[in-house]
Design a binder for this molecule. Structure first.
Ligand SMILES: Nc1ncnc2c1ncn2[C@@H]1O[C@H](COP(=O)(O)OP(=O)(O)OP(=O)(O)O)[C@@H](O)[C@H]1O
Ligand SMILES: [Mg+2]
Length: 380
């Protein structure tokens, strides 16, 4: 009996199917890590809930550490982003405890950037900094933290931000302008973020020139990648999947990474948590399916319960129209309203991660099977 190597709802141990992303981001990281140069673009990987954004970002963090970069890993939404980054940078610098007391500059910048609980709040500091002051402070934060990193024998710093769609617009401006000003410099730093599929909208609304940001869409996995995600962890434990049932499971997951892990985990349990030389075979399929359905139902129920009555109307119309690549105009037409009046509902459903942008004017549900769930509600 061996513990399941699958990770439903947890950061994935490996990220098959993300080789392109890892290669491109790896290229960005080598600029500071190997050439002592500034990486001028802020890379943002976007996609629906459960597609694997956090797993990718954690993997990038590991790669960065292997390259000698000090990671500043934060999640947006928990206070102003520039303050959250400053707080994390401050922890790093204090941990390094460098002899020439770096605490002084880091505390000063932390106060300017609004990190709670740092320094004495004087009248001067009580008012929030102007956007120019914040930009200067953020830039200084990156430059000085990087310098300390190098003094520690590291190669530089990488800022990693998850849930980037939740960043406040003031911080997005601060970060974007500071990054703009450091172009072409020899500050060994890079910035990588991940967010829901409407992150680009949030950023462009806050920052007029968003060309410093490189947005990339993360998609569901291809069949071969799902196969790899299912078989590799088993192989490592000396367990083999029978081919026919593997094909069935690959089809059932529809390439959705969260479903891949649920299926892997359920098959593992249904096959009796096999020992080395064990096999995952067709006998496990039915009971695994029941278990996965229960888990997916729980996910659908959680999403449905988060939706307001008006949002549920929109979800129901989307489900009636197939739930996939539904034109916003068709939804409006069905509800007998002007397309523009759907803006607020659309934004809220995007923020909740229930729907995602599927192209210009097109919306899709973010979890496979959600359509059927919504229709079963509306027919009750
Ligand atoms: N490349 C991958 N191959 C297989 N499984 C993966 C892969 N990436 C992530 N997963 C699995 O998919 C699930 C979702 O992963 P993760 O939490 O990274 O997604 P996310 O996009 O950050 O989701 P959310 O938007 O809810 O934060 C987890 O169970 C994780 O183990
Ligand atoms: Mg995540």
């Amino acid at each position: 009996m061996q513990l399941s190597p699958y990770t439903p709802g947890e950061v994935a141990r490996d990220v098959p199917g993300r080789e392109v992303q890892l290669q491109e981001i790896g290229g960005m990281l080598t600029l500071p890590a190997l050439h002592g140069r500034f990486s001028g673009r802020i890379r943002v990987d976007t996609g629906p809930r459960g597609v694997g954004k956090t797993s990718l970002l954690r993997r990038v963090q590991g790669d960065a550490v292997r390259l000698g970069l000090a990671p500043i890993y934060v999640t947006a939404g928990n206070g102003p982003l520039s303050a959250v980054i400053a707080d994390q940078a401050s922890k790093l610098v204090h941990d390094w405890g460098t002899p020439n007391d770096p605490g002084s500059w880091i505390d000063r910048l932390s106060v300017t950037l609004g990190v709670p609980g740092v320094g004495h709040v004087t009248a001067e500091h009580r008012k929030s900094p102007s956007s120019a002051q914040a930009t200067r402070a953020f830039r200084e934060l990156i430059e000085k933290t990087t310098k300390e990193a190098v003094a520690q024998g590291l190669s530089g710093v990488v800022v990693l931000v998850d849930e980037f769609q939740d960043a406040d617009s003031d911080s997005l401006k601060t970060v974007a302008y500071a990054w703009q000003e450091m172009q072409g410099s020899r500050v060994p730093a890079a910035f990588v973020a991940a967010g829901l599929s409407h992150t680009a909208d949030v950023v462009t609304a806050a920052v007029t020139s968003a060309e410093r940001f490189a947005f990339r869409t993360m998609r569901d996995l291809e069949d071969a990648q799902v196969r790899e995600a299912l078989t590799e962890p088993a192989t490592e434990l000396g367990v083999r999947w029978e081919t026919p049932v593997l094909q069935d499971v690959v089809r059932e997951t529809r390439g959705y990474p969260y479903a891949v892990q649920l299926w892997g985990d359920a098959m593992w349990a249904a096959a009796g948590s096999p020992d080395p030389d064990g096999v995952i075979g067709a006998g496990a399929f039915e009971s695994a399916r029941e278990s996965v359905n229960n888990d997916m139902e729980a996910l659908y129920r959680a999403r449905w319960s988060k939706a307001s009555p008006r949002e549920r109307e929109v979800l129901t119309v989307m489900a009636t129209l197939g739930g996939n690549e539904v034109a916003r105009a068709s939804i409006a037409e069905h509800l007998g309203v002007a397309s523009g009046s759907l803006g607020v509902v659309r934004q809220s459903l995007l923020d909740k991660g229930i729907i995602q942008i599927a192209g210009h004017g097109l919306l899709s549900f973010s979890a496979p099977g959600f359509s059927e769930h919504v229709l079963s509600h509306s027919s009750r």
